[in-house]
Design a protein. Structure first.
Length: 320
């Protein structure tokens, strides 16, 4: 798979040409602060000496998902991951404004709902436009790193498009604890790449504004599995051998029946049985207590870590 006319002989980004065996840091200007300070997106290009697939590793599409940024930072500083063949394009932080404001969005707009973008639109739309025009045109596939949001923590998982056999192949190689298909979302990065016949894996692990060491570790090891599979890095790089991914075929959110204080009794990633107590919701004054039970056998693939909940809030994501 991906044995074709590789794109990395010459990689061209914003007028910069990176040939075989060359590495380069490119800073793409996106906007200025009201003070006049220039904001740039750093893009690292590692082009191996031999032809091979070109992969985009992308973090911080949502500015508050710091786990994704830290994952890529650690891979960048580890010099043992030298690229021998193919090309790796790395964007550690795409949404700089969201990061500065501890926000998912960029100036009130979700970049991941702004593709393919416009060069005359909002800032989020312009970033999406140039991202597709300058970076994505060079790649064969991408890994897009994310976390859960709004105090919800995702157990390490890979999501991919059901109809994309190449993405399923890549997801199997990545070997996250859980893998499953998810629908394409209009105007998302993955949806736009799909239109251009580019496979995208979405890695989800941890929650927004928090670092999760387990998720960081799983994300790094999965990425190295893929790079090693295509001989892009040395086979001597040690990657722990773990169990094969659990394939989730059905998913269901268990939601709060009442408002109150939420107390969970199971852990993220845990295997549960039908009827098992997952947690409780109690009203503030101790007059009402609701027991949350699992409706079927399965695995907890995401969990709400916030104790104060309203009726209808998502508490457990159950996969089977």
């Amino acid at each position: 798979m991906y044995q074709k006319d590789f794109k990395n002989k010459i990689v061209e980004i914003r007028g910069h040409r990176i040939g075989l065996g060359e590495n380069k840091l490119i800073k793409i200007p996106v906007d200025r602060l009201p003070t006049g300070t220039l904001i740039e997106i750093p893009v690292y290009v590692f082009n191996g000496k031999e032809l091979g697939p070109t992969v985009l590793l992308q973090g911080g599409l949502h500015g508050d998902e710091v786990n994704s940024i830290e994952m890529i930072r650690r891979m960048l500083i580890d010099k043992s991951y030298k690229i021998n063949c193919g090309c790796v394009i790395v964007v550690p932080l795409l949404n700089i404004f969201g990061f500065l404001n501890l926000s998912r969005d960029m100036h009130g707009k979700d970049i991941n709902r702004s593709f393919p973008g416009s060069k005359k639109g909002s800032l989020a739309s312009r970033v999406a436009y140039y991202h597709m025009k300058e970076l994505v045109k060079n790649i064969d596939f991408a890994i897009d790193y994310h976390t859960g949001g709004e105090q919800r923590s995702n157990f390490s998982q890979i999501r991919y498009t059901a109809e994309d056999e190449r993405a399923k192949f890549l997801a199997t190689i990545f070997n996250a604890p859980f893998m499953f298909t998810s629908n394409l979302i209009p105007k998302s990065f993955r949806n736009e790449c799909s239109k251009n016949n580019i496979s995208v894996l979405v890695f989800e692990g941890g929650e927004s504004l928090r670092l999760d060491e387990n998720a960081i570790e799983k994300g790094i090891y999965g990425t190295l599995n893929i790079l090693q599979h295509f001989n892009m890095i040395s086979q001597e790089v040690k990657i722990p051998i773990v169990k094969k991914s659990i394939v989730i075929t059905k998913r269901k959110w268990i939601r709060a029946d009442i408002a109150g204080i939420f107390s969970k009794k199971v852990s993220n990633g845990e295997k549960v049985k039908k009827g098992q107590i997952l947690g409780f919701i109690m009203d503030t004054y101790g007059e009402t207590k609701v027991i949350l039970k699992s409706p079927n056998n399965g695995y907890i693939i995401a969990i709400n870590n916030f104790p104060i909940v309203s009726m209808g809030d998502a508490l457990f994501h159950l996969g089977k």
